[in-house]
Design a protein around this ligand. Structure first.
Ligand code: GDP
Ligand code: ZN
Length: 458
């Protein structure tokens, strides 16, 4: 049975100089042939690009000049025949080409359908497909490089090797179950089991340890700037945003209209939380209420607590210290250009291990130190995505945690001398959970749900 040929505009809609209408499916070349005047596309070699005119077969009207790329199955992203029609940008012209393709036999692709086909046809695994999604959404260069590596199959490779180890372990256990009369087999089984399971356990643990950095790379460090009115919060925000080019994203459909702003501080992506609160209401603690600011604080990975050097230390300042006890925090003593009235000894005492940075934002002083301080907290000076395999996807992290728990059960069982077939159940369960990460053992509904989150045309 033939699967239908799908199409979509696969470049971002908007200004671009060139837009691509992509077709994938058994009829991709036939459909293109109907509207393309140029070389016979049946005869051109795969993975070549050809100049020609796009003509509406009904009216014989020339719609566009274009370059058409032909890529034959199976060496393509979807493993199906793919044609990419490059046209001049401009919404009207691209849409015309798309309509032409649609009226000649292609169907409009659902969001993520190209990637879904790549997955279903075995071209990529699920974690790679998710990486495509991450790539589209990447907010920083680092996040992009992590996604690229995952798309490249780094995480998949590691997960596969862990599963292989587990399979081998299970095989040893089978030997033991089949030949229980040999004492030395049992000896060895016990030995191998402990060693292998602990090895895999350590690797899962290691992966999970990258999750914090992975999350940061992916989503940015949730950062809250707090302080009494007039201490310089907005000025600080502007200084950070000014030097580091803020990307503002509005998240529609959330109850509070959060405006998220991303700034890149020495390679560390900061996601400034609730900057709208800072910008518009001036004082988040008073205006949005204690509950709401608690929520803001709870979501934050990093607190920038701003104090006024030219003012006395107040009860309100002290409350901010209390509310952020135990959190990653930088204390910013601002307005050092003014004579000191702040009780700095008190501040030092409350700061505990947090770094205190003196700034005079109005004179652009201390900003460098502040940025270095931020970088140090998270990456000890330098964030290097180099050789580490990161996990950053919430679904992967949850599965890894479950796998770790299952394996822990197995290890406890072995150590407690549990029957070997009981242990085997836990090891097998671990193997299955890891399989879900790469899509070997997932439900169809989950697959549909994951792919429906994609952008159109990917
Ligand atoms: P916010 O209420 O905490 O957001 O504080 P703002 O950023 O709006 O700043 C309040 C006032 O303090 C503004 O007039 C700023 O220009 C001023 N200000 C900010 N930083 C400094 C500084 O380092 N020194 C001095 N003298 N004034 C500053
Ligand atoms: Zn302000």
């Amino acid at each position: 049975m033939d699967i239908d040929t799908i199409t979509a505009i696969s470049t971002p809609v908007g200004e671009g100089a060139i837009a691509i209408v992509r077709l994938s499916g058994a009829d991709a070349i036939n459909i293109t042939k109907k509207i393309f005047k140029g070389k016979n596309l049946d005869e051109v070699p795969s993975h070549t690009i050809h100049y020609g005119k796009l003509v509406d077969p009904e009216t014989n009207e020339t719609v566009e000049e274009s370059m058409v790329t032909v890529m034959r199955s199976p060496r393509t992203f979807t493993r199906e025949d793919i044609v990419e029609i490059n046209c001049h940008g401009g919404l009207v012209s691209v849409n015309r080409v798309l309509e032409l393709v649609l009226s000649n036999g292609a169907r409009l692709a659902e969001p993520g359908e190209f990637t879904k086909r790549a997955f279903l046809n075995g071209r990529i695994d699920l974690s790679q497909a998710e990486a495509v999604m991450d790539l589209i959404r990447a907010k920083t260069d680092r996040a992009m490089s992590v996604a690229l590596k995952q798309m490249d199959g780094r995480l998949s490779k590691l997960i596969r090797s862990l599963r292989q180890e587990l399979i081998e372990t299970v095989a040893h256990v089978e030997v033991n179950i089949d030949y229980p009369e040999y004492d030395d087999v049992e000896e060895m089984t016990h030995h191998v089991l402990i060693e292998k399971t602990q090895q895999v356990y350590k690797q899962i643990e290691g992966l999970l340890q990258t999750a914090k950095q992975g999350k940061i790379l992916r989503e940015g460090i949730g950062t809250a700037i707090i302080g009494r009115p007039n201490v310089g919060k907005s000025s600080l925000l502007n200084a950070l945003a000014h030097e580091n080019k803020a990307i503002v994203t509005e998240i529609p459909g959330t109850t509070r209209d959060v405006i998220e702003e991303y700034v890149n501080v020495r390679g560390v992506p900061l996601r400034l939380v609730d900057t709208a609160g800072i910008r518009e209401t001036e004082d988040i603690v008073e205006k949005i209420g204690v509950e709401r600011s608690r929520q803001v604080l709870k979501e934050a990975d990093l607190i920038l607590l701003v104090l006024n050097n030219g003012d006395e230390f107040t009860d309100e300042d002290e409350r901010l210290f209390e509310a952020t006890a135990g959190m990653d925090k930088l204390i910013i003593v601002n307005k050092t250009d003014l004579p000191r009235r702040l009780d700095i000894e008190k501040v030092k005492q409350l700061a505990e291990n947090s770094l205190i940075i003196e700034t005079a934002i109005i004179e652009e002083k201390g900003i460098d130190e502040l940025e270095q301080g931020i970088a140090n907290i998270f990456f000890e000076g330098d964030l290097d995505t180099g050789d580490l395999t990161y996990v950053s996807n919430a679904r992967h992290i949850q599965l890894l945690k479950n796998a770790k728990n299952a394996l822990e059960d197995a290890i406890n069982g072995i150590e407690a001398g549990m029957p070997i077939d009981m242990v085997q159940i836990d090891v097998t369960r671990t193997w299955e959970l890891l399989g879900e990460i790469i899509g070997d053992t997932v439900h169809e509904s989950l697959i549909d749900q994951l792919f429906s989150q994609f952008c159109l045309g990917k």
